[in-house]
Design a binder for this molecule. Structure first.
Ligand SMILES: Nc1ncnc2c1ncn2[C@@H]1O[C@H](COP(=O)(O)OP(=O)(O)OP(=O)(O)O)[C@@H](O)[C@H]1O
Length: 293
C-alpha cells in the first residue's frame, strides 16, 4: 500500500429506487489505512453507499472503485480485498461457531482460521455453541472475527454498534482497533452515534438526504471550522458560503464558520468546535444549503 492510496473512490455516484434517489452526486476519495466513519440520519443513504462499495447494489449513475477496481465489473479482484459486515451482523443461526469457521474457510482462499480462533478464544466464545444461542454482543464479535479472518484490506461495517450495549460496544471497538493497529486494515463503518467518533476515527463522511454534506480528515475539519460569538448580526447560512450555521439570541449571535483565518471584528470571540457540534450543524442544514460550501 502506498501512502496516498485510496481505498474507496466514487465519482458522481448515485442510486435511484423508482423515482426516489437514495444517494446522489456522491464524490469521495477515502484514504487507505484509515478508520472512516459514515454518519447520517435514518434514510440518509449510508447502507446504499456501502452496498455499492461492496458490489451488492449497482449504481444508477457514476462510478465506484475499491483500490482502483470496480466492485461490480472486476468483482473477484476487487472483492477479494473487501470484508463486509451487514447491519445486524447476520449469521446462520443454526450453525455452531465451528461450522461458521469451516464455512468461512471453504468460501475464502485467504481465510485465516488461526486468527479467528485466537480472537474467539480471547473473548471466551465457545466453538460448539449455535450462533442463535449467542448473545447479541457475541454474535457481533463472531461476525467481526469471520470478516477479519478474510484478511481484508478494506473492512466495511454497516452500523456495527447499533444493537450493542455499552460494554459490548467497547469490546467490539477494541477488537476492531486491535486489527487496525496490527494489520493496517482500512475500516469504513456507518453509524448514528456521533459522540464516540473522535476516539476511533481518522476520517469523516456526513451524509444527509442522499447527499455528502461534509467529508474530510477529522483533524483538518476541526482546524478549518470555528465558533464565533459576538453582537447579534442578521446573517445566516444562505448569505455566506463560509457560515455553516447561525444561531441568534436577543443580543448575541453564534456562527459556525468554515474559512481561512480572518481577523475578528471588535467584540467577537472565537473558539474551537467539538466534532459532535460540527456534525450536527451539517445535519441540520437543508439540501439547498449544502451546495454553498
Ligand atoms: N431496496 C430499496 N427499495 C426502495 N427504496 C430503498 C431501497 N433501499 C433503500 N431505499 C430508500 O433509499 C433511502 C436511503 O436508504 P438507506 O438504507 O441507504 O439509508 P440509511 O442511511 O442506511 O438509513 P438507516 O440509518 O435507517 O439504515 C431511503 O429513503 C430508503 O427508503
Amino acid at each position: 500500500m502506498t501512502g496516498n492510496e485510496q481505498a474507496l473512490a466514487t465519482e458522481g455516484l448515485g442510486k435511484r429506487y423508482g423515482k426516489k434517489w437514495a444517494l446522489r452526486g456522491c464524490t469521495l476519495a477515502l484514504p487507505a489505512g484509515k478508520v472512516i466513519a459514515l454518519v447520517g440520519p435514518n434514510g440518509a443513504g449510508k447502507t446504499t453507499l456501502l452496498r455499492m462499495a461492496v458490489g451488492l447494489v449497482a449504481p444508477t449513475v457514476g462510478t465506484v472503485e475499491v483500490f482502483g477496481q470496480s466492485p461490480t465489473e472486476n468483482s473477484p479482484q476487487a472483492l477479494s480485498r473487501v470484508g463486509f459486515l451487514a447491519q445486524d451482523h447476520p449469521l446462520y443461526r443454526h450453525f455452531t461457531v465451528a461450522d461458521l469457521l469451516r464455512f468461512g474457510r471453504s468460501c475464502n482462499v485467504r481465510f485465516d482460521e488461526g486468527l479467528a480462533l485466537k480472537r474467539l478464544s480471547q473473548l471466551d466464545i465457545p466453538l460448539n455453541r449455535r450462533a442463535g444461542a449467542l448473545s447479541g454482543g457475541q454474535q457481533a464479535q463472531v461476525a467481526l472475527a469471520l470478516a477479519l479472518a478474510k484478511r481484508p484490506d478494506l473492512l466495511v461495517l454497516d452500523e456495527p454498534l447499533a444493537s450493542l450495549d455499552p460494554l459490548a460496544r467497547l469490546e467490539f471497538q477494541q477488537t476492531l482497533m486491535g486489527a487496525v493497529a496490527a494489520d493496517g486494515v482500512t475500516v469504513l463503518f456507518s453509524s448514528h452515534v456521533v459522540h464516540e467518533l473522535k476516539q476511533v476515527c481518522d476520517h469523516l463522511v456526513v451524509l444527509n438526504h442522499g447527499h455528502v454534506a461534509v467529508q474530510g480528515d477529522i483533524d483538518d475539519l476541526l482546524g478549518q471550522h470555528r465558533l464565533l460569538t459576538g453582537p447579534r448580526v442578521e446573517t445566516g447560512p444562505r448569505k455566506s458560503g463560509s457560515v455553516i450555521e447561525a444561531n441568534h439570541a436577543d443580543r448575541h449571535s453564534t456562527l459556525l464558520v468554515r474559512d481561512g483565518r480572518t481577523a475578528l471584528l471588535p467584540g467577537w470571540q472565537e473558539q474551537p468546535v467539538a466534532l459532535e457540534e460540527l456534525v450536527l450543524a451539517y445535519l441540520r442544514r437543508g439540501i439547498d444549503q449544502e451546495a454553498t460550501v
